[in-house]
Design a protein around this ligand. Structure first.
Ligand SMILES: Nc1ncnc2c1ncn2[C@@H]1O[C@H](COP(=O)(O)OP(=O)(O)OP(=O)(O)O)[C@@H](O)[C@H]1O
Ligand SMILES: [Mg+2]
Length: 463
């Protein structure tokens, strides 16, 4: 993790920096927010910025947002002056750290803000095999394409490969090709010069240069526009980039890992993804099994998330009861590990018994559920990833007819609303995850939610 400390912090800097270093972070120091902004523009990236409360935190947060530099800012100041803490949070700081720094607090905050998760649970034989392949190819320089349904762990696998590679001490930079508007993605990747386009207020280094010497994760590459795919292919072949508004190519040395939750071969066939780029990326393919294909991991993962969220919420952790285990094992987990994680987060918060009871495991058994509690197979919900098996689906259509009949009498709009709100609730209000599970774009989800909100429906808040 890379930590940027901004300001003087009255001599506490070195103490805070030292704690962070001991926890394995790389620390950069900037005198003020202007220097900090400059360093971030120049590709000296950070995973978290710790900023003295005396600095212009609001201005920094605004500038970062304007320039789409995504990094959480944490405020710190002497003592527990609650007024300045509140002010910093109001100005957009994610957290407030009182000084002098407390080692555990710094560690906890760094962890919480960056949500770094390196644990890889892989006891099921299907997953063990995948881990063996990953270990084997990690030290090579090969480009890796990681595929798998939404929530199967593509991002954690990418960082695992980086950590096991020769590049582990160099940066690991991730960019989500689906989350960045099409017209801005090119500048995010390759950088731009001041004035290259409206809004380019300063020169900015792109992710390729930031990742130099290390690994660049192109997350959800299937969503990249064909014209940019062509540019990317050229960059991979020539190993040099050109910033927008500049003609001088810059040599870059990065290892590429790409992920996709769509079937890229199908995208190639449909003409949506360039075949030459597909072959260039797919030197090694790691296909992550869905949670249904690795049932041996369900209980271990569930206990892991229970412990994790018990600790994060400051409550005692609990064992999972036998009955709850059975319920977990019988479910279809269309949203995979992420869905299991959300389910266990909720379960530890609402469980009333000594062991987590089956009732605390909230999974949907209705027609639009993501699996069948009776059959344990796939649901008849549309497959957002286009990677399900048609045969399996057909048999489940039969299993689910009872549930579908129960919907007779409702309008499609009603069913759609309930399905969207229930899914969002299940994802603890996380819109990105809900949209993925539903197989619709985040924009569509937002529009629908606005409409339901106007109609007076209760919309789950992000939490
Ligand atoms: N093997 C594992 N052991 C423990 N936790 C895991 C494992 N795999 C994934 N997770 C956790 O599951 C969640 C989803 O993983 P991740 O974000 O890597 O999935 P993804 O495939 O990239 O999902 P998406 O397609 O939605 O982007 C994360 O919180 C991650 O830490
Ligand atoms: Mg991902």
């Amino acid at each position: 993790m890379r930590l940027m400390i901004v300001g003087q912090l009255e001599g506490y800097i070195s103490a805070a920096g030292k704690i962070a270093l001991q926890r394995g972070a790389k620390v950069i120091h900037c005198e003020d927010t202007i220097e900090a902004l400059g360093a971030l523009r120049n590709g000296k990236g950070a995973d978290v910025v710790m900023c003295d409360i005396k600095q212009k935190i609001g201005q920094l947060v605004d500038d970062l947002e304007k320039e789409r530099i995504h990094v959480p800012v944490v405020a710190c100041g002497i003592g527990t002056d609650s007024r300045s803490a509140v002010k910093a949070i109001e100005q957009g700081a994610k957290e407030y750290i009182p000084l002098p720094p407390d080692a555990d607090l710094i560690a906890a905050i760094l962890e919480a803000v960056t949500e770094e998760s390196n644990t890889m649970i892989a006891s099921d034989p299907a997953m063990k095999q995948v881990m063996e392949l990953a270990e084997k190819i990690a030290p090579s320089e090969a480009t890796v394409l990681i595929t798998g349904e939404s929530g199967t762990g593509k991002e954690v696998m990418s960082s695992f490969i980086h950590r096991k590679s020769k590049r582990k001490d160099a940066p690991f930079i991730a960019i989500n090709c689906a989350a960045i508007p099409e017209n801005l993605l090119e500048s995010e990747l390759f950088g731009h010069e001041k004035g290259a386009f409206t809004g380019a207020t300063a020169r900015r280094i792109g992710k390729f240069e930031e990742a130099n010497g290390g690994t660049l994760l192109l997350d959800e590459i299937s969503e990249m526009h064909p014209s940019l795919q062509a540019k990317l292919l050229r960059v991979l072949q020539e190993k040099e980039i050109t910033r927008i508004g500049n003609n001088e190519p810059v040599k870059v040395n990065v290892r590429i890992i790409a992920t996709s939750n769509r079937n890229l071969e199908q995208s190639v066939q449909k003409g949506e993804f360039r075949e030459d780029l597909y072959f260039r990326l797919n030197v090694v393919n790691i296909r992550l099994p869905s949670l249904r294909e690795r049932p041996g991991d369900i209980v271990e993962l569930a206990q892991f998330f229970t412990d994790k969220y018990a600790e994060a919420n400051g409550v005692e952790t609990k064992k999972i009861s036998a009955e709850a285990e059975n319920k977990l094992k019988a479910y279809g987990w269309r949203g995979n590990i992420r869905e299991l994680e959300n389910t266990m987060h909720r379960a530890i918060l609402i469980s009333l018994e000594k062991e987590i009871e089956a009732e605390a495991i909230h999974i949907q058994d209705s027609a639009f559920s993501q699996g069948t509690s009776s059959g344990g197979g796939e649901a008849n919900a549309p497959d957002p990833n286009g990677v399900g098996s048609a045969g399996e689906k057909a048999s489940n259509d039969v299993q689910n007819t009872g549930a579908v009949e129960a919907l007779v009498g409702k309008t499609i709009a009603d069913v759609e609303r309930d399905m969207i709100i229930n899914t969002l609730d299940h994802c603890l209000g996380n819109r990105t995850h809900a949209a993925k599970i539903l197989g619709i774009s985040i924009r569509t989800l937002r529009n629908k939610l606005n409409q339901y909100n106007d109609d007076g429906a209760a919309i789950p808040k992000a939490g």
